[in-house]
Design a protein around this ligand. Structure first.
Ligand code: FMN
Length: 200
């Protein structure tokens, strides 16, 4: 089997769990997650930091072959559906926008993204791959969740990578295409402390 390697081209060496992570679309349709792996993914997410430790993230885990998996798959955008069916599990990730006291959670989505980042790194450590998807029907996914007050943010495909050649185009080509990022300089903002100093 020919598994694509897409290690990030970094300005200084990074931990391999970060540098070697990427989002594949070719998943092994025969692979199944162990219960321990599912636990490890959720534990990694659970131990992410969050604003005031509010932990707004919520997860619905649907393993391939389950009725839930079929329903989540059906709610994905057509392009995502063509490859995500082979993933070992589809995890709906949602955030609580309000706390139990009704207080808004302005960092709910931020915190939940951070939890998924933790989950992704743990998946890489487990020899698994993750592909996040924002392309899904929000109303249908919301309707599947047995919790009315959560906002679905992504569906995460988790599984074992497979040969890119198992995909049709255009997806096969994307498996081996180079990964790109903005240069660090483009991410840096200038600080202008003078006006603040004047106020103080
Ligand atoms: C919030 C979010 C939504 C995404 N939605 C989709 C999607 O619907 N379909 C898809 O194929 N990839 C999706 N992606 C994957 C990104 O395209 C991918 O992470 C990005 O191109 C960088 O590639 P890399 O993860 O391989 O480094 C999404 C990623 C994130 C974080």
């Amino acid at each position: 089997m020919n598994l694509a390697t897409k290690t990030a081209n970094t300005n200084t060496p990074l931990h391999s769990l970060i540098a070697e992570r990427w989002s594949p679309r070719s998943f092994d349709a025969g692979h199944e997650l162990t219960d321990r792996q599912v636990t490890a993914l959720l534990e990694a997410a659970r131990w992410a930091p969050s604003a005031s430790n509010t932990q707004p993230w919520r997860f619905a885990v649907a393993r391939r072959g389950s009725a839930g998996h079929a329903a989540v798959l059906d709610a994905l955008s057509p392009g995502n559906r063509t490859w995500a069916h082979a993933a070992s599990a589809l995890i709906v990730v949602a955030a609580e926008a309000f706390g139990p006291d009704g207080a808004a959670r302005p960092w709910g989505a931020y915190d939940t993204g951070q939890a998924v980042a933790h989950l992704s790194v743990q998946a890489q450590h487990e020899g698994l791959a993750v592909h996040q998807m924002g392309g899904f029907d929000r109303d249908r996914i919301t309707g599947l969740l047995a919790a009315p007050d959560v906002t679905p943010l992504v569906v995460v495909a988790v599984g074992r990578r497979d040969d890119p050649a198992r995909l049709d185009e255009p997806f096969a080509g994307r498996e081996t295409a180079a990964r790109h990022r903005l240069p660090v300089e483009a991410l840096l903002l200038a600080l202008n402390p003078a006006p603040l100093a004047a106020v103080a």
